[in-house]
Ligand binder design. Structure first.
Ligand code: ATP
Ligand code: NMN
Length: 171
């Protein structure tokens, strides 16, 4: 059985990784979708699809199942989004998400959806980690080592600080 897990992963953090680790016990192969692939260089979406591919691919390396990391751009029409996803990914049998819209869209398309508990949601949240990146807080302890390396490699701390100065939608 092949599973599918989608997120924006801005950045990929230990809550995502805990979820992936548990999914890996249930499936034979895993497809990870990098959502909102066209978005980057804003406070809410600082990292490019390619940078997020690096973070996720390196973090998934220790898993002992085959994994595929696929960037997926947003569409104007929610009603046809599942078909768009399926057109970009290896065929999958079950989708994993805790996002209510994503759960609804897969359910309406007849795809089985599984949800998971939220792990340490008070700190394991992209918004919290991005705020710590901007304010020189401790973000490194909330993401896998591979993500720390990737963010430093792309000068991501300076980038998010700089774009947050001009981004009126900063969060
Ligand atoms: N701590 C967590 N535990 C379990 N699942 C999580 C956790 N954080 C996020 N998820 C789930 O992972 C998927 C992708 O999440 P996403 O990339 O939006 O991260 P986020 O932490 O919610 O970020 P943001 O604050 O940027 O919205 C969603 O289904 C989301 O509900
Ligand atoms: N119409 C669309 O393009 C559409 C619909 C539902 C989800 N999505 C994307 O799926 C991803 C879901 O991930 P999150 O759970 O991290 O929000 C996001 O990138 C979101 O933009 C896109």
């Amino acid at each position: 059985m092949r599973g599918f897990y989608i997120g924006r992963f801005q950045p990929y953090h230990d809550g995502h990784h805990q979820m992936v680790t548990e999914i890996a016990d249930e499936v034979d192969e895993l497809v990870v979708g990098i959502g909102s692939a066209g978005d980057s260089h804003t406070t809410r979406n600082p990292f490019t699809a390619g940078e997020r591919v690096m973070m996720v691919t390196k973090a998934l390396n220790p898993l002992d199942i085959p994994t595929y990391v696929v960037p997926i751009e947003d569409l104007e029409r929610n009603a046809v989004w599942v078909g768009h996803v399926q057109s970009m990914t290896p065929q999958f049998d079950v989708a994993y998400s805790n996002n209510p819209l994503v759960v609804r869209l897969f359910h309406e398309s007849g795809v089985e959806v599984r949800q998971s508990p939220m792990f340490q949601r008070d700190v394991l949240e992209g918004t919290e980690i991005r705020q710590r990146l901007v304010s020189d807080g401790d973000w490194e302890s909330l993401v896998p080592d591979a993500v720390v390396e990737t963010i430093h490699e792309v000068d991501g701390v300076e980038r998010i600080k700089q774009v947050s100065e001009t981004d009126s939608n900063a969060d």
